[in-house]
Design a protein around this ligand. Structure first.
Ligand code: HSE
Length: 435
């Protein structure tokens, strides 16, 4: 018996919405063979339409018309942002509709409430496209690695930021110029400070951590530092030391709790993830049974993200006839089995450091610096002293330390800053070996 098509309403026909319409149209037959039914867009809400045809469905400016449309069984939310996305998704759920969304901000901030509401109404919220664009990382973590105890996840999960760092390093381009290109290519967020300040990556890391460790979503406790202070000098010194600087999201389970942090990170250049360039994303997961696994692919862009949206649509269509109690849980662990492990404050993070300071070129200065580090129990791994520019009396000194609690490093840096022989702010970049 041929089942009737599944009717879908789509909110937003911008970069990802347009990509979704095109992928659904181009691969319609194969998608129907996978889902068991044809997936048909019957209604859309959009203020502008980007790069797709709207033949075959109605387009309104009012998204509430679509979520209240009784013919629609699944809502695809691609407008992004917190509002009105939250109200739209809640309305869809209360109308008994399943939801597919690429909205990481919405899930990271309001996911706990939305998932509870979805469970109450027997519907599903699928959000593969919210993290790392086209990489099926949610599915891999939630299902493929379900036998593992996961100790950490580290990822390049913002394509725009990675594109900027790569272009600055390889071509010496200006930050602002590369950011403008990322915006033109449709990679950047509506507010691009979300990309460069790490907020977008923090949204995604929040989601990954919940699925990896079975904890509620806790975006407000995620530490975030952006890429604006990374200089070309730091990039060059990092290379001399055998490292690359990447903007990483790291979620790590320790005995005391969970580290949730997004910041520029120096990683050994021989790691595969250190060589993930441009708009590409990659997520490295450490499981106790499988060991390290790495997932790589396009982290942003119209059809790459549409790939994840359409995969979610297929999953939801397959689940339409299943018992709501026996579906894959939203956060990988059963909702009543989430853990209350604490999220650690930045003072409790433990990591190695790269430090760069300008010091007076005279005897005893390095001894003072190393003594103040030693007083906090910080061991030094290597020191580079660069030559002074022109006749400058100040020379850049670069140090790599062993792992230490962040509170101890803060205390040491406060003391070093007071030295008369050290001038200006001290640059510090956290270092992870990822092994
Ligand atoms: N602005 C995001 C990025 C889009 O650059 O990764 C994909 O989530």
């Amino acid at each position: 018996m041929q089942l009737k098509p599944v009717n879908v309403g789509i909110l937003g026909l911008g970069t990802v919405g347009g990509g979704t319409i095109n992928v659904l149209a181009r691969n319609a037959k194969e998608i129907a063979r996978r889902a068991g039914r044809e997936i048909k867009i019957v209604a859309a809400a959009a203020r502008e339409v980007k790069g797709c045809s709207t033949d075959g469905f109605t387009v309104t400016e009012d998204p509430f018309e679509v979520v209240n449309n009784p013919d629609v069984e699944i809502i695809v939310e691609l407008i992004g942002g917190y509002n009105p996305a939250k109200e739209l998704v809640l309305t869809a759920i209360r109308n008994g509709k399943h939801v597919v969304t690429a909205n990481k901000a919405l899930i990271a901030m309001h996911g706990n409430e939305l998932f509870a509401e979805a469970q109450k109404h027997g519907v599903t919220i699928a959000f593969e496209a919210a993290v790392a664009g086209g990489i099926p990382i949610i599915k891999a973590l939630r299902e493929g690695l379900a036998g593992n105890s996961i100790s950490w996840v580290a990822g390049i999960i913002n394509g725009t930021g990675n594109f900027i760092l790569t272009e600055m390093r390889d071509k010496g381009r200006d930050f602002a110029d590369v950011l403008a290109e990322a915006q033109a290519l449709g990679y950047a967020e509506a507010d691009p400070t979300f990309d460069v300040e790490g907020i977008d990556a923090a949204h995604k890391l929040t989601i990954l951590a919940s699925i990896a460790f079975g904890i509620p979503l806790q975006f407000d406790k995620t530490f975030t530092e952006g890429i604006c202070n990374i200089t070309r000098d730091d990039m060059q010194y990092a290379e001399e030391l055998g490292y690359r600087i990447k903007h990483l999201g790291i979620a790590r389970r320790t005995d005391a709790g969970i580290e949730l942090r997004v910041h520029p990170t120096m990683i050994p250049e021989r790691r595969l993830i250190a060589n993930v360039d441009g708009v590409m994303n990659a997520v490295l997961v450490m499981g106790d049974a499988v060991g390290p696994t790495l997932y790589y692919g396009a982290g942003a862009g119209a059809e790459a993200t549409a790939s994840a949206v359409v995969a979610d649509l297929v999953d939801v269509v397959r689940a339409l006839t299943t018992d709501p109690e026996n579906r894959v849980p939203h956060l990988a662990f059963q909702a009543d089995s989430l853990s209350d492990m604490p999220i650690l404050s930045a003072d409790e993070f433990e990591t190695a450091y790269y430090l760069r300071m300008n010091a007076v070129d005279e005897p005893g200065v390095l001894a003072d610096v190393t003594r103040l580090l030693g007083e906090q129990g910080i061991s030094i791994k290597s020191i580079l002293q660069k030559s002074a520019a022109n006749d400058d009396k100040l020379v850049p000194v670069v140090l790599l330390t062993q792992r230490v609690k962040e509170a101890k490093m803060n205390a040491a840096l406060d003391a070093i800053t007071q030295l008369a022989s050290v001038s200006g702010p001290i640059a510090r970049i956290r270092v992870e070996s990822l092994n």
